[in-house]
Design a protein around this ligand. Sequence first.
Ligand SMILES: [Zn+2]
Length: 410
Amino acid sequence: VVLVTASVREKRTAEGWQQGRQKARAELLQLRRRLRSITGDKRVRVCGRPGRREDGSVTVRLTDGVMTPGGPQRVAGLGGLFICGSVWVCPSCSRKIAAGRAGEIERVIAYYATRGGTADLITLTMRHHRGDRLKTCWDAVSVAWRAVTSCRAWRDDRKRLEMAGYVRAVEITVGWRNGWHVHAHVVLIFEGRPALVDRRAMAEGMFDRWSAALVSSGFEAPDRDNHGLDVQHLDWSAAHGKGFESIRDIALYVAKGLSLEATMGAHKTAKNGNRTMMQLLRDAVTPAELTLADGTVAETLDDTARELWLEYERASKGRKQLTWSRGLRAKAQLEEELSDQELAEAELEGETIAVIPAESFDQIEGRVAELLDAAESGGAAGAHEWLRQAGVRWYKPTGLTDSQVVEWSA
Ligand SMILES: [Zn+2]
């Protein structure tokens, strides 16, 4: 009846992981660059531009033995860039923020699971129509969530089922037929393992309050048994042998579902004709080639996608993407929550292997993914060789002044 449904995690080689990561990085960097020409957000427009170091230079950094799902790997990154920290709009920052948040959610779930607790993953959706504005839908969802959690029944359920707390995330998709789709994903974390019938009843009570509040906001009541409510009870024993090897594994699955997918849906393709925000962004900024009847090729951009994207930018401004119930982090012994900006700005530790002046960076900015790939496969020497071939001025770092001209080929 009840167990988490997940596809068995794909087994990839370490090399496969590295290649997959590099490909995804190249795409994100390209999207971020293209987004600059359409975004209405001033910070997003300069994300990834030089500006955090006094002289405007950019550093290439390399770290060995970074733990990834594919095992320890050499990872390269850039330092000295301005970082926008936008969890909703920036393809690059949102990914870093989501990865940081997913790690924390994983720790909280694993903390309780290893002490005899469990968790439910609940998704609440709404009914909407093409033509409903995103802001209107989103505001209604915020009101509906308050209705779920600010009443006696909620407090009683929490106490009776010994709920430790919850983490909530909002996800946005957009459909060709039905327009904007706003839904809430919530992980309820329990200290013990209450009976499934009680957990189901609690979820249904949440849905009833959710639905009533949406109706008060002028929306149709969602259909509970037809995508309105989805409940996945985590069942550790049933999950075992389904591709999950440990509690950490399953905690990671839930954490990813909540954090990574909610953040622009970077890791999935929305179904039933819906697009994730990452797909929408791609459609909005990627030129398509159109061959005309006379054989000439024209480049076209999807104006509708661009307008939807800009509506999303405006509607998401100032909203919180992930909410923790009060006290949960402290109880699970997590340290103080970092802001989106702090998570996005976190730089690789590791060693600086090259310093690139701002004007050189301008010349290679469109190709930095290649530079990072070269550093990861060939180490410092690989990065240096790539820079030499690119023909731009760069420096080797020194302990004293941080930089000193050593090579310059034009
Ligand atoms: Zn950014």
